[in-house]
Design a protein around this ligand. Structure first.
Ligand code: FES
Length: 66
């Protein structure tokens, strides 16, 4: 699985079309997880990173089954 940390924004994780996060069903190709700490809907990103002026580099995280 590849997770993308966007520049100055959230982690994007692919779902394959559906994910269950804290009991909430999300039917999207990817889910955005907060990494700035300002979301009012954690663990999901709600866009507040922009107003907060969050800065962090983009990077790719690859998870491989062990
Ligand atoms: S990364 Fe978007 S609200 Fe935190």
């Amino acid at each position: 699985m590849k997770i993308t940390a966007t520049k100055n924004g959230p982690y994007l994780a692919p779902t394959g079309g559906r994910a269950v996060v804290g009991g909430e069903v999300i039917e999207k190709a990817q889910v955005a997880f907060c990494r700035c700490g300002h979301s009012q809907n954690k663990p999901l990103c709600d866009g507040r990173h922009k107003a907060a002026g969050f800065e962090a580099p983009a990077m790719t995280i690859e998870l491989e089954p062990g």
